[in-house]
Design a protein around this ligand. Structure first.
Ligand code: GRF
Length: 253
Protein backbone atom coordinates (compact mmCIF):
# COMPACT_ATOMS: atom_id res chain seq x y z
CA UNK A 1 0.00 0.00 0.00
CA UNK A 2 1.27 3.49 -0.87
CA UNK A 3 1.83 5.68 2.16
CA UNK A 4 1.32 9.43 2.63
CA UNK A 5 2.51 11.63 5.50
CA UNK A 6 0.89 15.05 5.95
CA UNK A 7 2.12 18.19 7.71
CA UNK A 8 -0.26 20.95 8.80
CA UNK A 9 -0.19 24.08 10.95
CA UNK A 10 -3.85 25.01 11.31
CA UNK A 11 -7.34 24.05 10.22
CA UNK A 12 -6.22 21.09 8.17
CA UNK A 13 -9.16 21.16 5.76
CA UNK A 14 -6.96 20.07 2.84
CA UNK A 15 -5.46 17.30 4.96
CA UNK A 16 -8.99 16.12 5.83
CA UNK A 17 -10.00 16.05 2.14
CA UNK A 18 -6.94 13.98 1.27
CA UNK A 19 -7.61 11.59 4.18
CA UNK A 20 -11.23 11.22 3.02
CA UNK A 21 -10.20 10.48 -0.56
CA UNK A 22 -7.78 7.82 0.71
CA UNK A 23 -10.41 6.28 3.01
CA UNK A 24 -12.85 6.14 0.07
CA UNK A 25 -10.14 4.49 -2.06
CA UNK A 26 -10.31 7.34 -4.58
CA UNK A 27 -6.58 7.69 -3.93
CA UNK A 28 -4.58 4.51 -3.97
CA UNK A 29 -2.80 5.27 -0.69
CA UNK A 30 -3.14 5.40 3.06
CA UNK A 31 -2.43 8.43 5.27
CA UNK A 32 0.04 7.10 7.85
CA UNK A 33 0.62 10.20 9.96
CA UNK A 34 -0.33 13.85 10.35
CA UNK A 35 2.27 16.09 11.97
CA UNK A 36 2.28 19.73 12.95
CA UNK A 37 4.49 22.51 14.27
CA UNK A 38 1.53 23.75 16.28
CA UNK A 39 -0.01 21.76 19.11
CA UNK A 40 -3.26 23.67 18.65
CA UNK A 41 -3.67 22.83 14.96
CA UNK A 42 -7.32 21.91 14.56
CA UNK A 43 -6.52 19.39 11.86
CA UNK A 44 -4.85 17.13 14.44
CA UNK A 45 -8.29 16.42 15.93
CA UNK A 46 -9.61 15.15 12.61
CA UNK A 47 -6.64 12.82 12.28
CA UNK A 48 -7.02 11.48 15.82
CA UNK A 49 -10.73 10.83 15.27
CA UNK A 50 -9.81 8.79 12.23
CA UNK A 51 -7.14 6.82 14.10
CA UNK A 52 -4.29 8.38 12.18
CA UNK A 53 -1.04 8.79 14.11
CA UNK A 54 -0.33 12.43 15.00
CA UNK A 55 2.75 14.24 16.29
CA UNK A 56 3.89 17.79 17.02
CA UNK A 57 7.36 19.29 16.65
CA UNK A 58 7.63 22.39 18.78
CA UNK A 59 9.53 24.79 16.52
CA UNK A 60 8.94 27.70 18.93
CA UNK A 61 10.59 25.83 21.80
CA UNK A 62 13.56 24.87 19.62
CA UNK A 63 14.02 28.52 18.58
CA UNK A 64 13.75 29.72 22.18
CA UNK A 65 16.34 27.11 23.29
CA UNK A 66 18.69 28.54 20.68
CA UNK A 67 17.99 32.09 21.84
CA UNK A 68 18.76 31.24 25.45
CA UNK A 69 22.05 29.44 24.73
CA UNK A 70 23.22 29.18 21.13
CA UNK A 71 26.63 27.69 22.13
CA UNK A 72 25.07 24.66 23.74
CA UNK A 73 22.45 24.18 21.01
CA UNK A 74 22.40 20.55 19.86
CA UNK A 75 22.62 19.87 16.15
CA UNK A 76 22.29 16.59 14.26
CA UNK A 77 25.61 14.80 13.63
CA UNK A 78 25.16 15.13 9.85
CA UNK A 79 24.59 18.91 9.90
CA UNK A 80 26.83 20.55 7.30
CA UNK A 81 26.29 24.31 7.46
CA UNK A 82 28.25 25.21 4.31
CA UNK A 83 26.47 22.65 2.19
CA UNK A 84 22.97 23.69 3.28
CA UNK A 85 23.70 27.40 3.22
CA UNK A 86 24.96 27.12 -0.38
CA UNK A 87 21.70 25.48 -1.47
CA UNK A 88 19.34 27.73 0.50
CA UNK A 89 17.80 30.09 -2.07
CA UNK A 90 15.83 32.34 0.24
CA UNK A 91 16.18 33.05 3.93
CA UNK A 92 13.20 34.80 5.57
CA UNK A 93 15.27 36.22 8.45
CA UNK A 94 18.51 38.24 8.68
CA UNK A 95 20.37 35.73 10.84
CA UNK A 96 20.99 32.84 8.42
CA UNK A 97 23.00 30.81 10.90
CA UNK A 98 20.28 30.92 13.52
CA UNK A 99 17.64 30.18 10.88
CA UNK A 100 19.45 27.14 9.53
CA UNK A 101 20.51 25.72 12.89
CA UNK A 102 17.05 25.98 14.47
CA UNK A 103 15.19 24.73 11.39
CA UNK A 104 17.57 21.82 10.87
CA UNK A 105 17.20 20.81 14.50
CA UNK A 106 13.40 20.84 14.11
CA UNK A 107 13.61 19.05 10.76
CA UNK A 108 15.77 16.34 12.28
CA UNK A 109 12.94 15.65 14.73
CA UNK A 110 10.40 15.80 11.91
CA UNK A 111 12.40 13.24 9.95
CA UNK A 112 12.64 10.92 12.95
CA UNK A 113 8.86 10.95 13.30
CA UNK A 114 8.02 10.70 9.62
CA UNK A 115 10.61 8.11 8.56
CA UNK A 116 9.27 5.62 11.06
CA UNK A 117 6.33 5.19 8.67
CA UNK A 118 8.45 5.10 5.49
CA UNK A 119 6.02 7.26 3.50
CA UNK A 120 6.20 7.43 -0.29
CA UNK A 121 4.96 11.01 -0.38
CA UNK A 122 4.95 13.96 2.00
CA UNK A 123 2.07 16.40 1.59
CA UNK A 124 2.36 19.91 3.01
CA UNK A 125 -1.18 21.12 3.64
CA UNK A 126 -1.07 24.55 5.20
CA UNK A 127 2.25 23.80 6.92
CA UNK A 128 3.51 27.31 7.64
CA UNK A 129 7.23 26.47 7.78
CA UNK A 130 9.60 26.27 4.87
CA UNK A 131 11.68 23.11 4.66
CA UNK A 132 15.41 23.66 4.27
CA UNK A 133 17.70 21.77 1.88
CA UNK A 134 18.69 19.59 4.89
CA UNK A 135 15.21 18.08 5.01
CA UNK A 136 14.72 17.98 1.25
CA UNK A 137 18.04 16.16 0.65
CA UNK A 138 17.06 13.50 3.16
CA UNK A 139 13.42 12.96 2.26
CA UNK A 140 13.38 13.80 -1.44
CA UNK A 141 16.95 13.68 -2.75
CA UNK A 142 16.20 13.09 -6.45
CA UNK A 143 14.81 16.19 -8.30
CA UNK A 144 13.62 13.87 -11.09
CA UNK A 145 11.54 11.93 -8.61
CA UNK A 146 10.30 14.53 -6.13
CA UNK A 147 8.41 13.30 -3.08
CA UNK A 148 7.17 16.46 -1.35
CA UNK A 149 4.06 18.37 -2.51
CA UNK A 150 2.66 21.70 -1.38
CA UNK A 151 -0.50 23.69 -2.08
CA UNK A 152 -0.21 27.42 -2.56
CA UNK A 153 -3.15 29.86 -2.47
CA UNK A 154 -2.30 31.71 -5.70
CA UNK A 155 -1.51 31.07 -9.34
CA UNK A 156 2.27 30.66 -9.10
CA UNK A 157 4.70 32.07 -10.05
CA UNK A 158 2.58 35.10 -9.06
CA UNK A 159 2.22 35.86 -5.38
CA UNK A 160 4.51 33.42 -3.58
CA UNK A 161 4.67 33.82 0.20
CA UNK A 162 2.22 33.48 3.03
CA UNK A 163 -0.88 35.38 1.83
CA UNK A 164 -1.56 34.36 -1.75
CA UNK A 165 -5.30 35.13 -1.78
CA UNK A 166 -4.79 38.43 0.05
CA UNK A 167 -2.04 39.49 -2.35
CA UNK A 168 -4.10 38.44 -5.41
CA UNK A 169 -7.08 40.46 -4.15
CA UNK A 170 -5.04 43.53 -3.17
CA UNK A 171 -3.39 43.61 -6.58
CA UNK A 172 -6.82 43.86 -8.21
CA UNK A 173 -6.49 40.61 -10.13
CA UNK A 174 -9.61 39.51 -11.97
CA UNK A 175 -8.67 35.84 -11.64
CA UNK A 176 -7.32 33.99 -8.61
CA UNK A 177 -6.45 30.39 -8.06
CA UNK A 178 -4.46 27.72 -6.33
CA UNK A 179 -1.38 25.73 -7.29
CA UNK A 180 -0.17 22.29 -6.26
CA UNK A 181 3.56 21.97 -6.83
CA UNK A 182 6.53 19.88 -5.84
CA UNK A 183 8.87 21.36 -3.27
CA UNK A 184 12.42 22.31 -4.24
CA UNK A 185 15.07 24.45 -2.52
CA UNK A 186 13.21 27.69 -3.31
CA UNK A 187 10.06 29.15 -1.76
CA UNK A 188 7.01 28.18 -3.83
CA UNK A 189 9.24 27.62 -6.87
CA UNK A 190 9.06 23.86 -7.51
CA UNK A 191 7.52 22.17 -10.59
CA UNK A 192 3.81 22.94 -10.93
CA UNK A 193 1.55 19.87 -10.89
CA UNK A 194 -1.96 21.35 -11.11
CA UNK A 195 -3.54 24.79 -11.09
CA UNK A 196 -7.19 25.78 -10.90
CA UNK A 197 -8.56 29.29 -11.24
CA UNK A 198 -11.67 31.23 -10.33
CA UNK A 199 -13.02 34.61 -11.35
CA UNK A 200 -12.84 37.59 -9.01
CA UNK A 201 -16.01 39.59 -9.65
CA UNK A 202 -16.56 43.32 -8.97
CA UNK A 203 -18.56 42.74 -5.76
CA UNK A 204 -16.20 40.12 -4.30
CA UNK A 205 -14.66 40.75 -0.89
CA UNK A 206 -11.43 39.17 0.34
CA UNK A 207 -13.60 36.71 2.32
CA UNK A 208 -15.37 35.61 -0.90
CA UNK A 209 -12.04 35.20 -2.61
CA UNK A 210 -10.64 33.03 0.19
CA UNK A 211 -13.85 30.93 0.16
CA UNK A 212 -13.71 30.40 -3.60
CA UNK A 213 -10.03 29.54 -3.31
CA UNK A 214 -10.19 27.02 -0.49
CA UNK A 215 -13.13 25.24 -2.15
CA UNK A 216 -11.04 24.84 -5.29
CA UNK A 217 -8.09 23.59 -3.19
CA UNK A 218 -10.27 20.78 -1.82
CA UNK A 219 -10.76 19.49 -5.38
CA UNK A 220 -7.26 20.15 -6.61
CA UNK A 221 -5.06 18.69 -3.88
CA UNK A 222 -6.66 15.22 -3.67
CA UNK A 223 -6.55 15.07 -7.48
CA UNK A 224 -2.83 15.85 -7.53
CA UNK A 225 -2.13 13.14 -4.92
CA UNK A 226 -4.25 10.69 -6.92
CA UNK A 227 -2.31 11.47 -10.12
CA UNK A 228 0.93 10.91 -8.21
CA UNK A 229 -0.02 7.43 -7.03
CA UNK A 230 -1.60 6.56 -10.38
CA UNK A 231 1.88 7.28 -11.78
CA UNK A 232 0.56 9.92 -14.17
CA UNK A 233 3.16 12.51 -13.18
CA UNK A 234 6.52 12.71 -14.85
CA UNK A 235 9.30 15.28 -14.49
CA UNK A 236 10.66 16.59 -17.76
CA UNK A 237 13.32 19.21 -18.39
CA UNK A 238 13.04 22.20 -20.68
CA UNK A 239 15.71 24.59 -21.84
CA UNK A 240 15.04 28.22 -22.73
CA UNK A 241 17.74 30.82 -23.31
CA UNK A 242 20.26 28.55 -21.61
CA UNK A 243 18.10 28.11 -18.49
CA UNK A 244 17.09 24.57 -17.59
CA UNK A 245 13.76 24.07 -15.84
CA UNK A 246 12.16 20.98 -14.34
CA UNK A 247 8.50 20.72 -15.27
CA UNK A 248 5.67 18.31 -14.63
CA UNK A 249 4.11 16.44 -17.51
CA UNK A 250 0.81 14.74 -16.78
CA UNK A 251 -0.13 11.75 -18.89
CA UNK A 252 -3.74 11.69 -19.94
CA UNK A 253 -4.06 7.97 -20.85
C1 GRF B 1 -4.61 26.89 2.32
O1 GRF B 1 -5.20 28.04 1.79
C2 GRF B 1 -3.31 26.59 1.63
O2 GRF B 1 -3.29 26.97 0.28
C3 GRF B 1 -2.33 27.42 2.41
O3 GRF B 1 -2.78 27.35 3.74
C4 GRF B 1 -4.19 27.09 3.78
C5 GRF B 1 -4.39 25.86 4.60
O4 GRF B 1 -5.73 25.58 4.85
N1 GRF B 1 -0.98 26.97 2.20
P1 GRF B 1 -6.12 24.23 5.60
O5 GRF B 1 -5.30 24.16 6.87
O6 GRF B 1 -5.85 23.09 4.68
O7 GRF B 1 -7.60 24.39 5.89
Amino acid sequence: MNKVAILISGTGSNAAKICESCLKNEINAKVVCVGSDNIEARGLEYAKKNNIHTFVIDYKKIISNYNSNSDKFKLPADFDYENINKKLMFCPVKDREKYLKTRVSAENELLEQIMEFEPDLLVLAGFMRTLTPYFIDRFSPDPDNPKIMNIHPALLPSFPGTDGYGDTFDYGCKVGGCTVHFVDYGTDTGPIILQKSFEILPGDSIENVRKKGIELEWQTYPLAVKLYFDKKIKIIESLKKGVKRKKVQISLD
